[in-house]
Every structure is written in C-alpha cells, then in structure tokens.
Design a protein. Structure first.
Length: 253
C-alpha cells in the first residue's frame, strides 16, 4: 500500500540523517583535518627542521674529519720530533769529552813519572769491577802502555808503581770521575826486554854508537788497564712496596 502525505510542506516531518552516518561523516571530516594538519606540519616544519639538522650534522662531521686528519698529521710530526729529541739526547749524554780525557791522562802520566802510553782504545764491553753493574753492557776506555826500566836488574814490583800511581791519580780526579767509574780493571801486566838492535837503523846507527847506552831502557813492563764509563741511563724506580694485610687478633677472654 502506498502512503501519501497530503500535509503542506511546512507541516511535514523533516527527514534527519541517521546518527551512525552522521558520526561516520564527522569522524571522516575530523580525520581529514588531522591529516591535513599533520601533512602541513611535516611539510613546512618537521621536514625542513630535520633537513637543517642533517646538513649541520654532515658539516660538523666533515669538520671533525678534517680536525682528526690534522691531529694525525700533528701526531706524526710529534713522533718525528720526539725521535730526533731522543737521538740528540742520546748523543749528548753519550758524548765523550776527549779534551778532558786527554788532559787528565797527560796530567796523571806526568805526575806518575816514567809511563808511556802506546794505545788508547774505546770499546764496548761488560762491566766487571763496578759494584752493582757487573754484567751490564757498557763502554770502556782501554789504556795500553809500558813503564821503561833503565837497569837490567829492575824488577816488576819497581816498574809497577809508576803506572799504578797514574791509575790512582785518575781515580781520585773529580773531573775524571765525572765520566768514569772510580774502580779500574787491571787486565794484564807483562815484563819484557828491549832489543838494542831494534832501537837503531840506517844512518842513525853511527850516531847511536856515541850515545850513552845507560840512557836507553833495558827492560819494560807492559800494562793494560780498563776504565768503565759511568751509566748514562736514568736509574730505575724502586719496586712498589708490598702492603701486607693486617689480620685482627682474636679476642681474648
């Protein structure tokens, strides 16, 4: 059956949108507005801000890489200069003041009397007489020479005194002790005779015939003495002290 509403339009009931459909429309509009705001925020605020932060981070990273490379170059230069400094310090500490050494030797030899030095040699060796340094690699000064004797009756004891006096003078010299240890190593002593024929040769034979034979040495005492250079290495620090734990005593009744 068909129903016909014969009332005028102003008196007819208004058709309203159902509540579920209205809610759906409102939610859709709300979501559209939220999406629009979110898109505007992302497009005009968040993305430009993050892009700027990214560019700043990249710029800072590039700056730090450049600084790190510069630091590496400075470290390399520092190592080069450090090695040079160590080399110069080693050369300075291990240098030999030959003028002082030769002056001291000349004065000691002059003070001791008849001592002839035939060889002065610098060698690497091992400390044998210095207390606390035995077996330590070090540098040594080897003195070789002889004490002439002008009498065939001269004995080793008499010829020993001059070179021992020279060694004793050196061992008591403060300038000498600034370079060498005070203990000397008497390595070898040997008594020998001079060959009178070997002392003259060629045209000098005629001149030597008139020379007083008593002025020529008859015997000699060869000696070999070693002085050890002082250590140039800094002393090693003492080992740390061992602290023993304190155990409390049990109470007594």
């Amino acid at each position: 059956m068909i129903e016909i509403n014969l009332l005028p339009p102003e008196h007819r009931p208004v058709d309203r949108t159902p509540v579920p459909r209205l809610l759906t429309i409102l939610v859709g509009v709300l979501l559209a507005m939220v999406g629009t705001v979110l898109w505007a925020f992302l497009t005009f605020v968040f993305i430009p801000s993050e892009t700027l932060r990214r560019d700043e981070a990249r710029s800072q990273e590039a700056t730090r890489k450049a600084q790190a490379e510069e630091v590496k170059q400075l470290e390399a230069k520092r190592e080069v200069y450090k090695k040079r400094e160590e080399t110069l310090r080693t050369l300075y500490t291990k240098r030999i003041r030959w003028n002082r050494v030769l002056d001291r030797l000349a004065e000691a030899r002059k003070a001791s009397g008849d001592v002839v030095l035939t060889k002065i040699d610098l060698k690497k060796g091992t400390a044998t007489t210095v207390a606390g340094r035995r077996g330590e690699p070090t540098r040594q000064l080897h003195l070789l020479g002889y004490v002439p004797g002008f009498s065939e009756d001269a004995v080793a004891a008499d010829l020993t005194r001059p070179y021992q006096a020279m060694v004793r003078t050196l061992s008591e010299d403060q300038k000498w002790l600034s370079l060498f240890e005070s203990e000397a190593d008497y390595r070898s002593v040997e008594l020998f005779k001079f060959s009178q024929n070997a002392a003259t040769s060629g045209k000098d034979k005629d001149k030597d015939k008139d020379r007083d034979k008593k002025a020529l040495p008859k015997v000699g005492l060869k000696f070999h003495v070693i002085f050890t250079f002082k250590s140039t290495e800094p002393p090693k620090p003492p080992p740390p002290a061992v602290v023993k734990p304190v155990v409390p005593k049990p109470p007594t009744n």
